[in-house]
Design a binder for this molecule. Sequence first.
Ligand code: SF4
Length: 323
Amino acid sequence: MSSGRSNELSKQKLLNWYYASARDLPWRHTSDPYAVWVSEIMLQQTQVVTVIPRFLDWMQRFDDVESLADAEPDAVMKAWEGLGYYRRARFLHAAAGQIMYRHGGRFPDHFDDMLALPGIGRSTAGAISSICFGAHTPVLDGNVKRVLSRWHASPDATETELWRLAQDAIQSQGDPGQWNQAMMELGARICLPRRPECVACPVHTHCALAFSPVEKKQTNRVAVRDVHWRVHLHLDGSNAVWLQQRPGDGIWGGLWSPPVTELGRKPSKKPCHIHQLTHRRLHLYSHISKSMPEGEGRWAEALNDVAVPTGMRRLLQKHGMRA
Ligand code: SF4
């Protein structure tokens, strides 16, 4: 059998496997570009199990572009609370505004128009345009990169080479949306980073690196800096706490928090709470303040309706705040 033909056979095996065993995920029941867009953005840095309930909740609150565009920024941040990387929520909100303004509220169906929206890169635009509009635009997220580089024995392939492989693979597909989802599914469930399950893989007969030991790549460890914050808790008689909105461009940008000051060095006492971020480890030291708060802010008796970052929420809970 020619290698071209056998490669096509592998692709068909992959699709058959996907049709038979794909996970039943809520965003796979729709081709509404708004819903697919929201799911793709949520999935960028958050695991599927976490995303499922949050996606359903989001779609209840903001069921279309218009309702998202009309929402207050605070409500959007609140709906995103706990998913982390809040920039994604700000981009979603900003992009919804642009869709209303530039496209009359209709999600654009052209790839380049999608790409022009805040927070939508080539891979996300590829997913939306293939799943919702049948375009032959590949996805190249981390999972797909891994599958392609193993399948084609190109562990050191550049980004450009991977895009070309992804484009070649999708070009002959009758349903490019299903193809992209099958590739993502294979990377997420079978072609795992450290322990690929080649024996269960539908493409193992034509994968160049099937059953090969996985090369241990030197991972670039992220340098984590310890940061020490004094958290000023202004409490009124009814146990409400004073919150201020954090500046948009720093840690927890746009979210609500008690005022904080950064300490020049590590205090001798233990922190009340430690919260890990990607590049920072925040040590939070509570300080009950007797003075009246200054500047703009709001009193909050409970945290249910306010977008408070998870680390600060934990600290406030330790002080008896309702969350
Ligand atoms: S055969 Fe193994 S290495 Fe190749 S794509 Fe499948 S799981 Fe990945």
